[in-house]
Design a protein around this ligand. Structure first.
Ligand code: PGA
Length: 249
């Protein structure tokens, strides 16, 4: 039984005051939700503010990135202990925008993932192909490569720290969501790969989220697919009204 996860990736949006207001509205509308885990991923500067507002609710807090070193001379980076201190229970790793604009690779994803295994955090590890890769028929190769690279060295026990997010790059922020059939096909391929690597039992427990233009009007049909265990939502999570409709799919 995989409890669905509905996560809002705020990206580079919201000041602290805006973050508090949005969190209060989400808590009012879904603070007691038990049919899914609600996750908010604000920018680093608003983590503590959002944490303050979520107290007494089941809403979980996630960061959008983390460094693998525990401390040191790494200007601009944030450690796992800092995220735990700010109230996080999760962290997004390897989002396609990090890969595309900030040099994230499967190898650096793997370093971050391995660091998270020794902490109280869960990693939401993002994978997904570009349009060119899809049109070249490379989806399965690419997904396999990202999984093998990003999860290298993990054991079936460590999978309990991992949530995966399949986010086709061509669907992110474009309004062009993957059809439920396309998404399900890739989610199943991901779970089959996990089964081969870690055994069926461990693979059955991993939540695989879909991301890429998830909206209130397409979330339910996506959530009906057997291997889609939740959503990683960008644009539609920035307003309480649309994010609450997604939470209550
Ligand atoms: P989107 O973003 O919902 O705006 O497409 C999803 C994501 O990047 O996680």
């Amino acid at each position: 039984m995989r409890l669905p996860v509905i996560a809002g990736n705020w990206k580079m949006h919201k000041t602290m005051e805006e973050a508090r207001a949005l969190t209060r509205a989400i808590k009012d509308g879904a603070g007691g939700a038990t049919h899914c885990t609600v996750v908010l991923a604000p920018p680093f500067t608003s983590l503590a503010a959002v944490c303050g507002e979520t107290k007494g609710s089941s809403i979980q807090l996630a960061a959008q990135n983390v460094h693998w070193e525990p401390k040191g001379a790494f200007t601009g980076e944030i450690s796992i202990a800092m995220l735990e201190d700010a109230g996080c229970s999760m962290v997004i790793i390897g989002h396609s925008e990090r890969r595309q604009y900030f040099g994230e690779t499967d190898e650096t994803v793997n370093r971050r993932v391995k660091a998270v295994l020794n902490s109280s955090l869960k990693a939401i590890v993002c994978i997904g192909e570009t349009l060119a890769e899809r049109e070249a028929g490379r989806v399965h190769d690419l997904i396999t490569q990202q999984l093998a690279g990003g999860l290298a060295g993990l054991t079936h026990q460590s999978l309990s720290h991992i949530i995966l997010a399949y986010e086709p790059v061509w669907a992110i922020g474009t309004g062009r969501t993957a059809s439920p059939e396309i998404a399900q096909e890739v989610h199943k391929a991901i779970r089959d790969w996990l089964s081969r690597q870690f055994g069926t039992e461990a693979a059955q427990e991993v939540r695989i989220l879909y991301g890429g233009s998830v909206k209130p009007d397409n979330v339910s049909v996506l959530m009906r697919q057997p291997d889609i265990d939740g959503a990683l939502v960008g644009g539609a999570c920035l307003e309480a009204e649309s994010f609450l409709r997604i939470i209550h799919y």
